[in-house]
Design a protein around this ligand. Structure first.
Ligand code: FE2
Length: 210
């Protein structure tokens, strides 16, 4: 069964003024769709992967034939990363993490502000296209911030993402042009901390997350 583009879970202008509606149209309808189309095309002659979720496919990337492995890693990663990205966004009116999520952030980074600074700096220093992630390390249970290039998913390294910010220029260039730092700062206004908190809860309960 071919992968399909999930509809955006809110209106295209729901993240204004932080992300503009035109960017959302292009980003969701064109860019995300293209990753899915390219992934489906690559898998067309490999029905053995038909019933895998994108998460399962990326976690088992070593089982994908070498001939299509790089395409699956890039296009499948593009699908997984964007699917996650839409889910964790919502205008938050200045809300901050609460409860266990707030405690985990403070334990791992000292304070919410220090976590934000680390996340922004990681995004700013990343050269070229890629993503910034907040993940739970499966071995230690600790939270980690790092960037990965291109469309590499943290599923490839068997980690579970709480947050992911797209730092490809297609995510911000129409509105922010070369000002990636402004985009990274503004992005805090559209993180849905309730969703992130539920993701942490699910990961700690041993449930699979995408
Ligand atoms: Fe993107």
């Amino acid at each position: 069964m071919a992968y399909r583009l999930p509809p955006l879970p809110y209106a295209y202008d729901a993240l204004e003024p932080y992300i503009d509606a035109q960017t959302m149209h292009l980003h969701h309808d064109k860019h995300h769709q293209a990753y899915i189309d390219n992934l489906n095309a690559a898998l067309k002659d490999y029905p053995q992967f038909d019933n895998l979720t994108i998460e399962e496919l990326l976690r088992h990337i070593d089982d994908v034939p070498e001939r299509i492995r790089t395409v699956v890693r890039n296009q499948g990663g593009g699908h997984a990363n964007h699917q996650l990205f839409w889910k964790i966004l919502r205008r938050n009116d200045g809300a901050r993490p609460t409860g266990d999520l707030a405690a985990a952030i403070e334990d791992n980074f000292g304070s919410f502000e220090q976590f934000q600074a680390t996340f922004e700096e990681t995004g700013l220093k990343h050269f070229g296209s890629g993503w910034v992630f907040l993940v739970v390390d499966p071995a230690s249970g600790k939270l980690q911030v790092f960037s990965r290039p291109n469309q590499d998913s943290v599923l490839l390294e068997h980690k579970a993402a709480l947050l992911a910010n797209d730092i490809w220029e297609h995510a911000y260039y129409l509105k922010y042009q070369n000002r990636r730092a402004d985009y990274l700062r503004a992005w805090w206004n559209i993180v849905d901390w309730d969703v992130v908190a539920r993701r942490l809860e699910g990961i700690r309960a041993g449930k699979s997350q995408l």
